[in-house]
Design a protein around this ligand. Structure first.
Ligand code: GTP
Ligand code: MG
Length: 594
């Protein structure tokens, strides 16, 4: 299968594009013949990725209905040409319609005098670029600097990502939100699910990737159940002499750097195994705790995965949106045999739903074993799914969690932003310790429950954000209560956690019994389990509002600009007065002279 493109000498119309050197196949091997159509065996119909005309010379006609049929199967099938699929997100690429998913622009031809590297910003300086990619500059070692004569061919050699990935990598947001609506649904069961559990063909190793700071919210329960059932069935079949490839589950708890470092690993593992069992993962082959951004635990994980996959196995990274799958695979690439130091191409971003199709990742596993990144599953019960991008930023945990602890009496409530409220309704003791584990950017409030309705009316959307703005309070829906009866035997540590999916949790420490009411928006999962982190803060928060760092920063910025504005106004008033005075002096002088 051949793909080729003719580069235009006119570069002015072409947008700059991100080039990365590693892993993916080179475009240099492709012929220069103009050829614009691929039959895609995996797609239901023939799929046209490229305009039927030499596009750089004849740009695609605007406002024409696109003939594109969209698919999110990615490049699972060997027959799919690697350059047909974006190596960043797995969407099928096209260069004919910028208003459709998968759009990419062709590389511009560099000026012969162009010096490689000078125009490139070190990746580490780029905003919202995850640490795993902060390992150098985006240059091609074989590029013009080392091979000055090859300006055009080097542009061809570098893999290209779609415009959406380019925007996510550089600006941390999708390029055109309207294009998102055109994305077809990703049918996980059909596309990935059936392959994970297949008794025939290559053995499956399923990496269940779970976010350490949102374990329940990000635990893929359905997949865990599906694979666990397949393990039992295939094992029985195998015992009966039938073909029965038994899939393996490896539970990968990632973002470990976000949990407090003082947490005991033994306690964590015990807790994780219990939660995973309750989540439906019956037989777990291995549990790994990693941080993809700090490179913790990756070497062991890679070694285990290589062993479990064998020479021909298929390894699938699956999990909820934003769990950290792509970042994990990129980081694993660094540790894979013979590829140390290589950068992978998968796009990582805090935007949920970054990966769009299956991406086969080359160079991590040896032999014929294959590693696949997959689009994240959507958990509609995670609070983040109903928040705007700005609201998500407040909720997103990006550094090590720090406890915020209250000593609370019966009849009092603690709010986390305008998202959840915990009421201490009945209490056998004098007070309980309530520790909030959530993003430090979320403001908190503690006060009397009898004032809670006033809080909603007067402060939600303002001091208590998210939601940002009063309109959003209505949009987020109905506020509902869930009741919990709890007990504890010591004041020294938290006994239970009450967690809201995608948000964080309240850890409760008490000696005695309590009835608690948790209020949040209808449909958000709120669950009770044994405490993950037993300790609390030594200094207690005081009643009333705690100010969110972001809000206080925004306030400071606003105050500063108001002060500047006021100073400017005073100066101009002063100048005007002075000018008036000198004018009046002049007038007076003039008058005098007359
Ligand atoms: N602190 C920390 N952040 C991480 C880690 N791994 C991933 N992240 C961050 O989590 C966010 C989501 O990461 P991705 O790798 O894009 O997540 P994903 O599971 O591939 O997401 P989808 O493609 O949407 O399914 C990004 O902001 C990452 O930088 C980690 O180990 N530690
Ligand atoms: Mg991803």
């Amino acid at each position: 299968m051949i793909i080729a493109r003719k580069l235009s000498a006119s570069k002015s119309q072409l947008k700059p594009f991100l080039f990365l050197s590693p892993f993916t196949q080179s475009l240099a091997s492709l012929s220069n013949t103009q050829f614009y159509q691929f039959p895609i065996p995996s797609a239901p119909l023939s799929f046209s990725f490229f305009s039927s005309k030499p596009t750089s010379l004849n740009p695609p006609p605007k406002h024409q209905p696109s003939p594109l049929l969209l698919s999110r199967d990615g490049n699972y099938e060997d027959a799919t040409h690697p350059t047909a699929v974006c190596p960043g997100c797995g969407i099928h690429m096209q260069d004919s319609n910028p208003k459709h998913p998968g759009f990419f622009t062709k590389p511009s031809i560099k000026d012969p005098n162009y010096k490689s590297g000078e125009h490139l910003i070190p990746v580490s300086l780029e905003f919202e670029f995850s640490n795993s990619l902060k390992r150098g500059v985006v240059t091609d070692p074989e590029g013009p600097a080392n091979n000055p004569g090859s300006t055009q061919s080097s542009a061809m050699e570098k893999p290209i990502v779609c415009a959406r990935c380019h925007s996510l990598r550089h600006y941390g947001k999708v390029k055109d939100p309207t294009v998102e609506n055109l994305l077809p649904e990703f049918d996980f069961d059909h596309t990935v699910g059936r392959r994970l559990v297949s008794a025939i063909g290559a053995r499956s190793v399923v990496l269940l990737v779970v976010d350490a700071v949102d374990f329940d919210g990000s635990f893929p329960k359905k997949v865990a159940k599906l694979v666990s059932e397949a393990i039992e069935e295939n094992f029985t079949a195998w015992k009966e002499g039938k073909s029965g490839n038994v899939p393996r589950i490896v539970l990968v708890v990632t973002k470990l750097d976000l949990l407090p470092t003082s947490l005991s690993p033994t306690r964590l593992e015990h807790w994780v195994r219990q939660r995973a069992r309750e989540g439906g993962a019956g037989v777990i082959k291995k549990v790994h705790f990693v941080s993809a951004v700090k490179d913790w635990g990756l070497k062991d994980l890679v070694e285990d995965v290589i062993t479990l996959a064998g020479p021909r196995g298929n390894v699938w990274a699956v999990g909820m949106q934003n769990a950290g799958k792509s970042t994990l695979i990129n980081a694993m690439g660094k540790w894979a045999g013979g590829n140390e130091g290589k950068l992978s191409l998968l796009t990582e971003a805090s935007v949920p739903g970054t990966t769009l199709g299956i991406v086969k990742v080359e160079g991590v596993l040896p032999g014929q074993a294959k590693l696949f990144d997959t689009p994240g599953l959507l958990n509609p019960h995670q609070i983040t799914t109903r928040l705007t991008r700005d609201e998500q930023k407040l909720v997103h945990i990006s550094k090590e969690l720090k406890p915020r602890t209250y000593r609370v009496k019966e009849g009092h409530s603690v709010h986390i932003g305008g998202l959840i409220r915990l009421d201490i309704e009945e209490l056998s003791a004098d007070s309980v310790y309530v520790t909030v584990w959530a993003s430090p950017y979320l403001p908190l409030h503690m006060g009397k429950t009898e004032n809670a309705s006033t809080m909603l009316e007067d402060h939600f959307g303002r001091q208590l954000q998210p939601p940002i703005g009063e309109k959003r309070v209505q949009e987020l829906g109905k506020w509902v209560r869930k009741e919990f009866h709890i007990s504890g035997s010591t004041w020294d540590s938290s006994s239970v956690d009450i967690a809201a999916a995608g948000l964080g949790w309240f850890a409760i420490g008490l000696k005695g019994e309590a009835v608690l009411g948790a209020w949040t928006y209808e449909g958000v999962d709120v669950v009770l389990y044994n405490s993950l982190i037993p300790f609390r803060s030594q200094i207690f928060e005081v009643a009333g509002f705690t100010v969110s760092k972001i809000v206080s920063k925004a306030d400071q910025a606003l105050n500063k600009s108001m002060r500047l504005h006021e100073n400017k106004r005073k100066r101009s008033v002063h100048n005007v007065t002075a000018a008036d005075k000198s004018l009046s002096l002049m007038v007076d002088a003039g008058t005098n002279s007359c």
